[in-house]
Ligand binder design. Structure first.
Ligand code: 9YT
Length: 131
């Protein structure tokens, strides 16, 4: 079995920090579980345009506040206890008014390679987005 603590991921190569989110990858493809699991912080005051073209992702909010806007569709508030599952590869905006802590599960699992060139993920700071 695998047992680890978040402390063992923070400040390692599996701790990915971007201008809008910080993803601490607890399980990756190499762990052989068939999914990856991340403890991700979505930073307050940011918005991120996301399209997981090749993955499905489930996201469970445990802290913070924000919203998800499905491309060309509804805006749904997010608060602790909210789950969203992108079972249709939906393009979306993810916004945080208070830093959100999200437990994210990906299938197929991320390998870690996708971090900087993941197709369809375009981080954008809220201030830049207004220009
Ligand atoms: C919730 C979400 O999709 N955030 C972007 C980062 C991603 N979940 C990751 O790599 O953990």
């Amino acid at each position: 079995m695998i047992i680890k603590h978040l402390d063992q991921v923070v400040n390692t190569k599996d701790d990915i920090d971007t201008p809008t989110w910080n993803s601490r990858r607890l399980l990756l493809a190499k762990d052989g579980m068939g999914f990856s699991m991340h403890d991700t912080l979505i930073k307050a005051g940011t918005e991120t345009w996301i399209w997981y073209k090749h993955h499905v992702e489930a996201v469970y909010c445990v802290e913070g506040e924000g919203e998800i806007e499905v491309d060309g569709g509804e805006v749904y508030p997010i608060r602790p206890g909210t789950l969203y599952a992108l079972d249709g590869h939906e393009k979306h905006w993810l916004r945080a008014t208070k830093t959100m802590r999200m437990i994210c599960v990906f299938n197929p699992p991320l390998t870690g390679q996708e971090v900087h060139d993941e197709e369809g993920v375009y981080p954008l700071l809220a201030e830049e987005a207004k220009v």
